[in-house]
Design a protein around this ligand. Structure first.
Ligand code: ASP
Length: 518
C-alpha cells in the first residue's frame, strides 16, 4: 500500500481510537492550581502542572500566596466570560465549566482593570483514567517528534552546503545559474507574500482551540527588531550554533558561506570537501526517509493524543488553517505562476499545464519533489520541448531549492500558531517578527528536502527561531498529509514553469508549442 493511503488510514484510525477514549474514559479539566479562602480573599495555595507556566503582566509567574479577584473563561477571541471570585469554591466551579484545551485567565486582586491577567491552558487531570490511557500514545508521539527534530541540523547543513557548492561550481553555466536562482527566489517570495496576506486577513489562529499550553511570556514575542535578528544570524561560534535547533538562521548563514567558499578553494580541496558533504547529505536523506517511513504510526499516536485529550475542537480550528493554506496554494498555482509564464515567458499557461500534467499528478501522489524529479525531467523535455541543457540544470536544482508551496505553507503555519498564542494571551508577532517569518520561510523552503513532510520538519526550526514552542507543529503534523500532497504539486508546477521561462529567456522556441504525445 502506498504511504499515502497508509497515513490517511492511520489518521482515521487515530481519530476513532481517540474518540472512543474521549467518550468512555473520564477526565476532568485541570488547571494545576488550588485555591483557599484566605484573609485577603481567594488565595493561591499551590501551583503545578499547566498552571506553573502562567505569568501575570510583566512575566511574573503566578505563585502561592497570590490573591485572585476573578477568572476569565476564554473560549475564543469573541467568547469570554468574567467570573468574580468571592470564595475558593467559585474558582473550582468556574474551572469545572471549562473543558480541556480551553484557556482561563487569572486576574489578581490588585488588577482592577483586568490589564495583566495570567493565562493558563487547562489540561486533562494527570491522575484521571483517560490520562493514564493516553500516556503511551503521547510517549510514541514524543519519540517520533524527537526523531524529526534530530534530523534538522544535519539535514539543513548538508543540503544547503551541497546545493550552493553545486550552483557555484558550474563554471560556464554560472549565468544560467544566477538567472535560475533569481527566478526560484522571486517566485517563492511571491508565494510567501500571498500566504502572509491571506493568513493575516483570514486569521485562522485567532481564538482557535488547540489545547496547547499557554505561553508564560506575554506581549510581544521576541521583542527583537529585524536588524537585531540579522545581527543574530551571524554566529560567533558555529559549533555552538550547531547545538541549537533555534539557531537555524546562523546555521543557514554559515552553510551558505561555506558552500560558496568551497567553490573558491583551489583543487583538490574544494572538491574533496564538497564530496564529503554530498555523501553526508545522501546519508541524511536516507535517514530522513527511514524516519519518515514511521510517519503513519507517528501520526496515529499524535491524533489519538489530541482527540482523546481535547476532542474535535482542534480539528475545527485546523480546518480553517487548512482552508487558508489551500486557498493560498490555489492562488499561487492558478494566478501567480500562470501570470509569470505568460508575462515573462510569453507561454500559454493552459497549454503548459496540459503538457505538464503527468509531473503534477506524480507530485500529488508521491508528496515528494525528489521522487517526482525523473518524471518532471522527462515531461518538461519531451512534452514541454525544453532543451536538455536547461532541464538538466534547472530541474534537479529546483526539486531541492525551489518550493513555492512549502514556502507559503511555512509562513501560514507559523503565523497561525503565533495567532493562537496571541489570542490565548501569550505571544504577539511584531512587525519585525513578520519580516523574519518571510525570510525564514524562504530559507526553510530552500533547506527543505524534496521528501514527504520535509516542510513540516523545517517549520520546527522557524518556531524555535521565533522562540515559539514546537509543540504546535505536532498538531499540524496530524493533518499534514493532504496539505503536503497539494504543496508538492505547487512545488513541481513552479519547477516546470521555471524551466520554461528560463528556456524562453535563453531564446528557445520549444516551450511555446508543447507536444503532448511524447
Ligand atoms: N513534500 C514536499 C516536496 O517534496 C516538501 C514539503 O514537505 O513541503 O516538495
Amino acid at each position: 500500500m502506498s504511504t499515502h493511503w497508509k497515513v490517511l488510514l492511520w489518521m482515521v484510525a487515530g481519530l476513532l481510537v481517540g474518540l472512543v477514549m474521549q467518550f468512555t474514559l473520564e477526565a476532568e479539566a485541570w488547571s494545576g492550581i488550588t485555591v483557599v479562602d484566605g484573609a485577603a480573599g481567594v488565595e493561591l495555595a499551590s501551583v503545578s502542572g499547566p498552571g506553573a507556566k502562567g505569568a501575570f503582566g510583566q512575566g511574573r509567574p503566578i505563585a502561592k500566596g497570590d490573591v485572585l479577584r476573578a477568572v476569565i473563561l476564554h473560549r475564543g477571541a469573541e467568547d469570554e466570560e468574567l467570573v468574580e471570585l468571592s470564595r475558593a469554591a467559585d474558582f473550582e466551579a468556574a474551572v469545572a465549566r471549562s473543558v480541556n484545551g480551553e484557556v482561563i485567565w487569572l486576574v489578581e486582586a490588585s488588577d482592577t482593570d483586568v490589564a495583566r491577567p495570567a493565562a493558563v491552558a487547562l489540561q486533562m487531570n494527570p491522575s484521571s483514567q483517560r490520562a493514564t490511557w493516553v500516556a503511551p500514545f503521547a510517549f510514541v508521539a514524543d519519540i517520533f517528534l524527537a526523531l524529526l527534530k534530530m534530523l534538522i541540523v544535519p539535514l539543513v547543513l548538508s543540503s544547503i552546503v551541497t546545493g550552493v557548492a553545486s550552483v557555484g561550481s558550474m563554471g560556464s553555466l554560472r549565468r544560467l545559474g544566477g538567472k535560475t536562482f533569481f527566478y526560484y527566489m522571486a517566485t517563492s517570495l511571491l508565494a510567501i507574500l500571498v500566504g502572509q496576506v491571506l493568513v493575516n486577513v483570514i486569521r485562522p489562529g485567532d481564538g482557535a482551540v488547540l489545547g496547547l499550553s499557554a505561553l508564560a511570556e506575554r506581549g510581544a514575542g521576541t521583542e527583537e527588531s529585524f536588524i537585531d535578528v540579522l545581527k543574530r544570524a551571524v554566529p560567533e561560534n558555529i559549533f555552538k550554533a550547531l547545538q541549537d535547533n533555534g539557531a537555524m538562521l546562523s546555521i543557514i548563514f554559515f552553510a551558505l558561506l561555506f558552500g560558496y567558499f568551497i567553490t573558491q578553494t583551489k583543487e583538490p580541496h574544494g572538491t574533496r570537501v564538497k564530496d564529503v558533504f554530498e555523501a553526508f547529505f545522501e546519508v541524511m536523506m536516507k535517514m530522513a526517509t527511514g524516519v519518515l517511513s514511521l510517519l503513519p504510526y507517528g501520526v496515529f499516536a499524535l491524533i489519538v493524543k489530541v482527540v482523546a485529550t481535547t476532542g474535535f475542537a482542534p480539528f475545527k480550528s485546523l480546518l480553517l488553517y487548512m482552508g487558508t493554506v489551500t486557498l493560498a496554494l490555489v492562488i499561487h498555482f492558478c494566478i501567480t505562476l500562470p501570470l509569470v509564464l505568460r508575462l515573462v515567458g510569453r507561454i500559454s499557461p493552459i497549454k503548459w499545464f496540459k503538457a505538464m500534467s503527468p509531473a503534477i499528478l506524480t507530485a500529488f501522489s508521491t508528496s515528494s519533489s525528489s521522487m517526482t524529479l525523473p518524471v518532471t525531467m522527462k515531461t518538461v523535455e519531451h512534452r514541454g520541448r525544453v532543451s536538455n541543457k536547461v532541464t538538466s540544470f534547472t530541474l534537479p536544482l529546483g526539486a531541492t531549492i525551489n518550493m513555492d508551496g512549502t514556502a507559503l505553507y511555512e509562513c501560514i503555519g507559523v503565523i497561525f500558531l503565533a495567532q493562537y498564542y496571541a489570542s490565548t494571551g501569550g505571544y504577539e508577532l511584531t512587525l519585525g517578527d513578520q519580516g523574519l517569518v518571510v525570510v525564514l520561510a524562504l530559507l526553510a523552503s530552500v533547506g527543505a528536502a524534496g521528501i514527504p513532510s520535509a516542510g513540516l520538519v523545517m517549520m520546527l526550526t522557524i518556531l524555535s527561531a521565533l522562540k515559539l514552542p514546537v509543540e504546535g507543529a505536532a498538531l499540524l503534523l496530524a493533518v499534514d498529509r493532504p496539505l503536503d500532497m497539494m504543496r508538492t504539486m505547487v512545488n513541481v508546477w513552479s519547477d516546470t514553469c521555471g524551466a520554461a521561462v528560463i528556456a524562453r529567456t535563453e531564446g528557445e522556441e520549444g516551450p511555446l508549442e508543447p507536444v503532448f504525445d511524447a
